[in-house]
Design a binder for this molecule. Structure first.
Ligand SMILES: [Zn+2]
Ligand SMILES: [Zn+2]
Length: 61
């Protein structure tokens, strides 16, 4: 099942939701990911990475 990246509109086999803009983003639009807890993972897209606010939130969890 293909998913559509909401940032670049490409069809990709795997997309994750950015925790800051809430869009589905593909591997190449994703900037980084980190584990928040055993089950939760945080994703940040390249757009949110450029915003100091979201980047700070991402780094502090
Ligand atoms: Zn994309
Ligand atoms: Zn984002």
């Amino acid at each position: 099942m293909l998913q559509t990246c909401e940032r670049c509109k490409k069809m990709v086999p795997k997309a994750d939701r950015c925790n800051y803009c809430n869009r589905l983003v593909c591997e190449s639009c994703k900037k980084s990911a980190r584990r928040k807890s055993k089950t939760k993972k945080l994703f940040i897209c390249k757009d949110c990475w450029t915003k100091m606010d979201s980047r700070k939130k991402f780094k502090t969890g």
